[in-house]
Design a protein around this ligand. Structure first.
Ligand SMILES: *[C@@H]1O[C@H](CO)[C@@H](O)[C@H](O)[C@H]1NC(C)=O
Ligand SMILES: *[C@@H]1O[C@H](CO)[C@@H](O)[C@H](O)[C@H]1NC(C)=O
Length: 470
């Protein structure tokens, strides 16, 4: 029966020889990257968003800083909200991967798979890939993830030489979520900063702050209304069992020579994630990747986007409101840094580094009004959502970062926003890259005067007045 699948198999052989070439040479060439690598949602590598980093990980484009050229501006403060780097799958996904690998093992040993001769893929995966994930890896930062943060710190030092200067290093404030992957990330960031100045013995000085970086789990209104509420995520459930996902399932089952019903949507997703993990952890082009074409990847990306949209973003107002403490923290820091000073005053904090999760960044970006398309993505409008701005692959890859850059300019302080090292304009202030800080404050006045965590999350009116300035 094995002569009936030459076209597929020759593609497979080509694919596997790529994998093998990869093992023998250490630099990752563009050709080795799976064609679906930019659709992995929150499991996307940072390099997919900034492909120039594949050629040179330390390349910095200083023209992304865009204060008005005629106002002689100098950066006075940087607040960076950063997601942890590449990590292992969490236990939940490791268990799904194990189920998938067991399915492949039993089906390929049965040997009868592929009445249509398509069992080739199943046997090839079985012979070329081994289950190597263990439960104890549970979401921990991998080596590549440490490197993500070290390199980001080095690039930011080049982009902001006066703020992240050697003499300023001790005055940079650093906070992190308590999760292992975030603490490892904030350490790696400090290694990057200090290595820039050739300090060989790195001194760590970060604080763990879950109130700030894991606000979502402390917001009762969010936990009860969204996180633990099945109907809040019904669009995701519907899409998971809908027509588009079913097509992906059918095509994957066909390639593997398995009956359609043996592959649940979760197992399909596990295979897709396997492709992503082996790329982001080991820089490998995994044999699992060849089960999906670009059309499949777009569907699976949409499924992840739906989940993030309805769980962490504009889908429910409480999701963005839960980030009020972080929002206020950022603006209080900016207020302090931008305040007029006498020459005798101590200079302001040069930088504030805040390391958290995709779940930290998405609500904050939503609160700022970003990536809000006119039509919300739902289970039934996939085909009209191709041009949507809400694409988590582009917004929150590993090591995603939101940079608030405060400049001192002739007409007063100005603020610029960069997301993943690219300039992004504030909604409502689209005319300028770096509007006056007071205009930004005016735009967010309703949040600066309100956005009270206790009121939004606990339904309580708090005794304290609105949180305007420190
Ligand atoms: C540098 O950034 C600017 C502003 O975003 C952009 O227009 C330009 O294309 C970038 N240059 C390179 C070489 O990427
Ligand atoms: C759960 O979500 C639905 C849909 O968003 C909402 O109408 C309902 O009030 C929520 N339930 C709870 C307990 O918050």
């Amino acid at each position: 029966m094995f002569s009936v699948f030459p076209p597929r198999n020759s593609l497979l052989v080509a694919a596997l020889s790529l994998v093998l070439t990869r093992l023998s040479c250490s630099s990752l060439s563009v050709l080795d990257i799976p064609h679906i690598a930019s659709y992995f949602g929150t499991k996307t590598r940072y390099e997919e968003v900034n492909p120039h980093l594949l050629r040179d990980i330390s390349s910095v484009n200083t023209s992304v800083l865009k204060p008005p050229p005629n106002e002689r501006c100098t950066p006075v403060h940087l607040t960076a909200v950063i997601r942890h780097g590449s990590r292992y799958p969490t236990v939940k996904n490791i268990r799904r991967i194990r189920k998938l690998s067991e399915l492949v093992r039993t089906e390929s040993s049965r040997g009868s798979a592929g009445s249509e001769g398509s069992g080739g893929w199943l046997q090839e995966i079985q012979s070329r890939w081994e289950m190597w994930y263990t439960d104890d890896m549970d979401g921990q930062l991998v080596m590549k993830g440490r490197e993500d943060l070290r390199q980001l710190a080095k690039r930011l030092s080049v982009l902001f030489p006066s703020l992240l200067s050697e003499e300023n290093l001790r005055r940079v404030s650093l906070r992190s979520s308590s999760k292992h992957r975030c603490v490892s990330s904030v350490e790696a960031f400090q290694e990057g900063l200090q290595h820039t100045w050739r300090h060989t013995e790195v001194q760590y000085s970060h604080q763990v702050d879950d109130e700030l970086m894991r606000f979502f789990e402390r917001c009762r209104g969010y936990v009860e209304g969204v996180e633990n509420n099945r109907t809040a995520l019904q669009e995701v459930e519907k899409f998971k069992h809908g027509e588009e996902m079913d097509g992906v399932r059918r095509r994957m089952a066909e390639k593997l020579g398995l009956p359609h019903h043996r592959l649940t949507p979760d197992l399909v997703e596990a295979a897709f994630f396997l492709c992503s993990y082996e790329l982001s952890i080991k820089s490998l082009h995994s044999p699992w990747c060849f089960l999906f074409d670009e059309r499949d990847a777009r569907v699976l990306e949409y499924k992840s986007d739906l989940k993030q949209y309805w769980k962490r973003s504009h889908g429910h107002v409480i999701s963005s409101m839960s980030s009020c403490p972080l929002f206020h923290h950022v603006f209080r820091t900016l207020d302090k840094a931008g305040r007029p000073r006498r020459s005798t005053d101590a200079s302001p904090e040069p930088a504030s580094i805040l390391v958290g999760h995709a779940e930290t960044l998405l609500p904050l970006l939503s609160l700022l009004g970003l990536y809000k398309d006119q039509t919300p993505p739902t289970a039934s409008n996939y085909h009209s959502q191709h041009g949507r701005s809400f694409r988590t692959s582009l917004i929150v890859p590993y090591a995603a970062n939101v940079l608030f850059v405060l400049y001192d300019c002739q007409r007063g302080p100005r603020l610029q926003l960069l997301i993943n090292e690219q300039p992004v304009r504030f909604p409502g202030l689209e005319k300028e890259d770096a509007p006056l800080y007071r205009e930004v404050r005016a735009t967010y006045r309703h949040l600066l005067d309100g956005c009270d965590f206790d009121r939004e999350c606990e339904g309580r009116t708090s005794g304290r007045g609105p949180n305007i300035e420190l």
